[in-house]
Design a protein around this ligand. Structure first.
Ligand code: PMP
Length: 338
């Protein structure tokens, strides 16, 4: 019989799928690590489980304890999966720019969700970091995982995502490109791949409004780089400990519009219904066209499923209100005009 003991055993071993139409302008093959096949529909299931296991092992998380985390949604889902199976309470702080679907999914898993303002500094007592930290001090037998600085995050990808990519490409991968938020995915996966072959190029996708690219290129933490943006899950106004800048070869910034438009193309042209940052990753790769050669094999690692964005990038009105939709009128509008 092939029966898993519980849902946590289904995390990882996700498929890789080749892209065709959206990368037609590139000289080489491009394959995607489709992390939506994880049970929580995102790559973050891997690090959610790893953070829980490591915290249990050294006693930071105790039986009957409360898991506290600041999350844009996907890490919360990964932690919630582990919490449901293992019997922990979850309290998540999140920011009000994230999709409503993400809060609803966390609540569906039994978690308590506190929505905090996005446009405040990380030190502000109202920020989702500060509220998580305060709750962890107030609630007995609780533990704040802090995915930004908790190195179990990148270790999860060093132990699973990296080896899977190496094996699935028969060691032929030449480039990996992925969106960067906490930095766990790029740093853990990238370190594993570079250890196998130091020639593998590791490219991070950043947003306009985030500090990563400038810090990587100049060593300067420039507050002028910080301003509001719409893309979810990538870019930061802090430097998380999980970002290992030494293994990242290049950061490419992608606009809110280009990420959203590419996500819609991935759904409609490749049948891949993915999250906003998946669109940003592929759009960033197209911007890097001149760096690629015919024999290259690019792996795009994506983070989450498109169902979390049906009210946003997959909604024509939402796209049009932001000037992201080039086609002015839909069929329904034309009928209404008659
Ligand atoms: N995309 C999405 C949708 C995410 O939720 C995250 C995590 N914040 C990322 C990309 C970035 O991943 P990482 O935190 O591992 O850098």
């Amino acid at each position: 019989m092939d029966i898993k003991n519980n849902i946590l055993e289904t995390i990882g071993n996700t498929p890789m799928v080749e892209l065709h139409k959206v990368v037609a302008g590139l000289p080489c093959r491009v394959v995607m690590k489709v992390e939506t096949f994880n049970p929580g529909h995102s790559i973050k299931d891997r690090m959610g489980l790893k953070m829980v296991l490591d915290a249990e092992a050294d006693g930071r998380l105790k039986p009957g304890g409360t898991i506290i985390e600041c999350t844009s949604g996907n890490t919360g889902m990964g932690l919630a999966l582990a919490a449901c199976v293992k019997g922990y309470r979850c309290i998540f702080t999140t920011s009000d720019k994230q999709s409503k679907e993400k809060f609803d999914i966390l609540r569906a898993m039994g978690a308590e969700v506190i929505v905090c303002p996005t446009n405040v500094t990380p030190e502000d007592p109202r920020s989702y970091y500060s509220v998580a930290e305060r709750l962890s001090k107030e609630i007995p037998n609780s533990y704040w995982f802090n995915q930004y600085d908790n190195l179990s995050n990148r270790q999860a990808h060093y132990e699973s995502t990296g080896p899977e990519i190496w094996k699935q490409t028969d060691g032929k991968v030449t480039h990996m490109i992925v969106g960067v938020g906490t930095g766990g995915t790029i740093s853990g996966t990238g370190r594993y791949l570079k250890e196998q072959n130091p020639e593998v190029k590791i490219w991070g996708v950043d947003t306009y409004g985030s500090v990563f690219k400038k810090y990587h290129e100049t060593g300067e933490f420039d507050e002028k780089e910080i301003y509001p943006y719409i893309t979810e899950g990538i870019g930061e106004d802090i430097l998380p400990k999980n970002v290992d800048f030494s293994i990242i070869d290049h950061f490419e910034k992608v606009t809110d519009k280009d990420g959203a438009v590419m996500a819609r193309r991935l759904a409609q042209e490749e049948g891949l219904l993915l999250g906003y940052s998946a669109g940003s990753a592929v759009a960033g790769l197209l911007q890097m066209k001149d760096e690629l050669k015919p024999d290259d094999l690019v792996v795009v690692v994506i983070h989450d499923h498109g169902s979390r964005y049906v009210g946003k990038i997959y909604n024509d009105d939402w796209m049009r209100e932001r000037g992201f939709l080039d086609t002015e009128l839909r069929v329904n509008d034309l009928i209404a005009l008659k």
